[in-house]
Design a protein around this ligand. Structure first.
Ligand code: PLP
Length: 400
């Protein structure tokens, strides 16, 4: 059981069907020995099955696959939800970041300041643009800090790419003031933070661009890859919507510039519109689970929890529930034995830990976190009994 669970958790070396996904998406997901799966992919469809089938059928019947009304509808709904001027659906969030960098003309010779506690996609978008990622260290809540960003500024800095990890916003107000003082752009990697806000303003709306991922295990999950860009600058939105479609100008039929193909297809857009209708309930459930974890685990020494949901300044959406423990590996082994699946975010490595990428960065807080952190199960599909079971099993470990 332990070996099995570890292979599931570590996932990447374990090329079973579905395991290319992250978190590992196993086709036949859980045996009797898993009481709390990390994420139950097949259950995602069952949540609103009739609505999903109707939305997909409608696209199929109309044969409306690419750049049709379902996409335009979802883009309008997403922009309205975020309080942004416009949204542009693209293939995935990595492309969203790439397109945002292209729209701002960021490339060779430029530096972009970001976090190393992120999916490699954040940095690879910067590298693929020809620019250099510069990594700022994180604070107690695992988010890159304004002080670290300030210390990383150089004459070559062109943009900040704050990563609002785990459904919690960075200090984006302070970051946008810093950006304005220094004439820098902000592209938010808000892949994990749709609907999260700080001081009443939503993730993705603090700079030139916000970017979202609708990977199935993200809070707003598609049934495949999908992403979006939001911006309140309509000229930038126009650039992005052409760029994702080969630079094509819909009105003139001209190619206005070199672009790429990264369109969000209509089937995914239709599914995402259904998901967005239920999004408030999804986040509400996640916040409820976070409150239960906090209530049930906050007194344990040797375990550090994320900030609880009640915070007048912020609205966190709990994409993940990332905890720290001194005895992390033993605690995870105990939980695996009890049938509770946990994972190490990014497979347990920050971007600068991947040796082949040859990143030179001194990030003591990030390094320390990666010795200690892991994710407890956190998603809208968990039952109260499962949450109670996780709490009981964690407490059992600390009372032993
Ligand atoms: C998921 C994720 C991405 C990449 O999103 P894709 O849609 O898979 O390209 C980028 N950054 C962060 C922080 C993410 O969590």
């Amino acid at each position: 059981m332990l070996d099995n669970a570890h292979q599931t958790i570590l996932g990447t070396k374990f090329r079973k069907e579905g395991s290319l996904c992250w978190p590992p998406n196993r086709l036949r997901p859980f045996g009797d020995d898993v009481n709390v799966p990390f994420f139950d992919y097949p259950a995602l469809m069952r949540t609103h099955e009739a609505e999903f089938r109707q939305a997909v059928d409608s696209v199929l019947e109309r044969g409306a696959f690419i750049l049709q009304t379902d996409l335009a509808d979802f883009e309008r709904e997403l922009a309205a939800y975020c309080g942004a001027g416009a949204a542009v659906g693209v293939g995935n969030c990595t492309d969203a970041l790439t397109i945002a960098l292209a729209a701002l003309g960021i490339g060779r010779g430029d530096e972009v300041i970001t976090s190393s506690h992120t999916f490699v996609a954040t940095a690879s978008a910067i590298v693929r643009a020809g620019a250099t990622p510069v990594f700022a260290d994180i604070g107690h809540d695992h988010l890159m800090t304004v002080e670290a960003v300030e210390a990383a500024l150089s004459p070559r800095t062109a943009a900040l790419m704050p990563v609002s990890i785990n459904g919690r916003c960075c200090e984006l107000g302070d970051m946008s003031r810093l950006a304005q003082q220094n004439g820098l752009a902000i592209i938010e990697d808000s892949a994990q933070a749709l609907g999260a806000s700080i001081e009443g303003k939503q993730a993705g709306t603090f700079g030139e661009f916000g970017t979202f991922s609708f990977y199935p295990a993200k809070n707003l999950g598609a049934f495949g890859d999908a992403g979006a860009i939001v911006t309140s600058d309509l000229a930038l939105a126009d650039f992005a919507s052409k760029y994702r479609d080969h630079g094509r100008n819909n009105e003139t039929g001209e190619i206005d510039f070199w672009g790429v193909n990264s369109r969000l297809d209509n089937l995914q857009a239709a599914v995402l519109s259904v998901q967005l209708r239920h999004y408030a309930a999804n986040i509400g459930r996640r916040r409820e689970i976070a409150a239960r974890y906090h209530e049930g685990l906050q007194d344990l020494e040797g375990l550090v929890l994320p900030p609880p949901p009640e915070d007048p300044r912020r609205f966190d959406t709990f994409q993940n529930y990332e905890v720290e423990a001194d005895a992390r590996d033993d605690l995870r082994a105990h939980l695996a034995d009890s049938g509770v699946s946990t994972i190490l975010q990014w497979g347990g490595k920050a971007v600068h830990h991947f040796e082949a990428l040859k990143v030179d960065a001194e990030l003591p807080n990030t390094d320390r976190l990666f010795q200690r952190m892991f994710l407890l199960p956190m998603n809208q599909l968990l039952t109260d009994d499962q949450v109670t079971y996780v709490i009981d099993q964690v407490r059992r470990f600390f009372s032993a």
